[in-house]
Design a protein around this ligand. Structure first.
Ligand SMILES: Nc1ncnc2c1ncn2[C@@H]1O[C@H](COP(=O)(O)OP(=O)(O)OP(=O)(O)O)[C@@H](O)[C@H]1O
Ligand SMILES: [Mg+2]
Length: 482
């Protein structure tokens, strides 16, 4: 017998879907349908909101049956979906399933809310992760959290280990930043947020790849992406690792551009003129001749030294913040660097973190500025202002902000909220197919997720006072976290 609307006896088997004539029966069928491999999110009890991403909220939650089990629930934003489960979330799930490693956030399962008449029979989906107590942006914005040199080494060693693993697995993260680096209370670092990650294409035809270059939050975006390169690779993550490493001492993002042009200006002021001598082939990049980049000497070492006393650390930073992606150090060589193999050796963070009983997340950090506030503020980041002859966009100090600081023992500039999404610089997700299979189980057709990944929300809002030694003194407003 053919199902209503189905094919005749000689046709294909009847669709599994219920009869469509009776809306009431349909509703009941959907409400009672038990999706295999996709449990109800009601098995968890939400405890607190800990993150607000572009694609949805993140909650801390507890397993009702196993009360000791704490998880993070990342909601899949479906609001704009007309065509079913977002392809970007599918891609994130597929990549997370592939990447199992101590330094990568662990995806436990996907859960759904029950479809009822109250949500117009549209389930909400959640990615369920092992809970991590902190993110690095939250930790860095709290001046009571002090990292010793050995602890900074441990953070960077684990971060590079995670990158080594994902790059060996032919994945590029494409959104390295402190808020996407999680740290458990045992001091284990986990790379998170694979919402923009993608597999590296194996290009047999010899044609260059044409990935989108509108990825990576502006402040962590490497020069090749800013210049329009579409055939890029793992070095984009290594640049971000360099920015994060410097932030371990400066405590705020080192280059906080307002626009792509401004970001490149800040990069050139720190890393030197972007020329074919420093970077053979750069002249062929689409935006090389279109953008106005200052011709400055490279000053990475001089400008970092007031913050970073350790010579090996400065040397590694210099190699991570290399303009030419082909010559930028890779994760494997970085792990071999003397920085990790000289005294003080990397040391576990567990003891230091045991002094802090409260979770620290970027989202929960006090005095966060919204993505729209202070947009015009000329913040340039921790290393800004010391380069002399700052770009035109960089002089003014935004209302309500701490003055931007000069490098060399002076105060560090307040971190502004100027994110990638502002001024057209927002990274966006590129569409890639191929991960369709899970979609059916997840409850719908696969739709292209045309959502921009512009991070309009606040970044770190810490207005820090930096000491020459790089460890920030006590007594800031950050005390209010506790
Ligand atoms: N497993 C986890 N444990 C604890 N906190 C987490 C976990 N996963 C995510 N978070 C918190 O939620 C925040 C947002 O998560 P995530 O970066 O994955 O979402 P997102 O929507 O992609 O965010 P964005 O688009 O802003 O980068 C993280 O910065 C972190 O603070
Ligand atoms: Mg994120």
């Amino acid at each position: 017998m053919a199902a209503p609307g189905g094919a005749g006896p000689s046709g294909p088997p009847p669709p599994v879907f219920p009869p469509s004539q009776s809306p009431h029966l349909n509703a009941q069928y959907i409400e009672n349908y038990n999706f295999p491999f996709c449990e109800e999110v009601s098995k968890y009890e939400k405890l607190a909101k800990i993150g607000q991403g572009t694609f949805g909220e993140v909650f801390k939650a507890r397993d009702k049956k196993n009360k000791g089990k704490i998880v993070a629930l990342k909601k899949v934003l479906m609001d704009n979906e007309k065509e079913g489960f977002p392809i970007t979330a599918l891609r994130e799930i597929k990549i997370l399933q592939l990447l199992r490693n101590e330094n990568i956030v662990n995806l436990i399962e996907i859960c759904r809310s029950r479809a009822t008449q109250y949500n117009r029979h549209k389930s909400t989906f959640y990615l369920v992760f092992d809970f991590c107590e902190h993110d690095l942006a939250g930790l860095l914005s709290n001046y009571n959290v002090k990292f010793s040199l050995g602890e900074i080494k441990k953070v960077m060693q684990q971060l590079l280990n995670g990158l080594y693993f994902i790059h060996s697995s032919k994945i590029i993260h494409r959104d390295m930043k402190a808020a996407n680096v999680l740290i458990t209370k045992q001091g284990i670092l986990k790379l998170a947020d694979f919402g923009l990650a993608r597999a590296i294409s194996i290009n047999k035809s010899g044609q260059p790849n044409r990935y989108t270059n509108r990825v990576v939050t502006l402040w962590y975006r490497p020069p090749e992406l800013l210049l329009g390169e579409r055939n890029y690779g793992p070095p984009v993550d290594m640049w971000g690792a360099g920015c994060i490493m410097a932030e371990m001492w400066t405590r705020s993002p080192i280059m906080q551009g307002n626009t792509e042009q401004h970001q490149l200006t800040l990069i050139a002021q720190l890393c030197g003129a972007i020329t074919p001598e420093a970077w053979p082939g750069v002249e062929n990049l689409e935006l090389y001749s279109k953008l106005d980049i200052p011709k400055k000497p490279r000053r990475v070492r001089e400008r970092l030294r007031p913050y970073v006393k350790d010579q090996y650390a400065v040397d590694l930073l210099d190699k991570l913040l290399c303009l030419n992606p082909a010559r930028r150090i890779d994760a494997n060589s970085a792990l071999d660097h003397d920085f990790f193999w000289t005294d003080p050796m990397p040391v576990s963070l567990e003891k230091m973190l045991s002094q802090h009983t409260q979770s620290m997340f970027e989202f929960l950090a006090p005095r966060r500025l919204s993505g729209t506030q202070h947009r015009m503020g000329g913040q340039q980041g921790a290393l800004a202002g010391g380069g002399g002859g700052a770009a035109s966009a960089s002089g003014a100090v935004g209302q309500g902000m701490m003055p931007g600081g000069a490098i060399g023992g002076g105060p560090i500039g307040a971190a502004g909220p100027v994110m990638g999404g502002v001024a057209g610089g927002g990274p966006s997700s590129s569409g890639v197919g191929g991960v369709v299979a899970a979609a059916a189980a997840a409850g719908g057709a696969v739709g292209r997720h045309g959502h921009h990944h512009g991070r309009g929300r606040a970044s770190h809002s810490h207005s820090s006072a930096g000491g020459g030694g790089g460890i920030v003194p006590e007594g800031s407003y950050m005390d209010r976290v506790f």
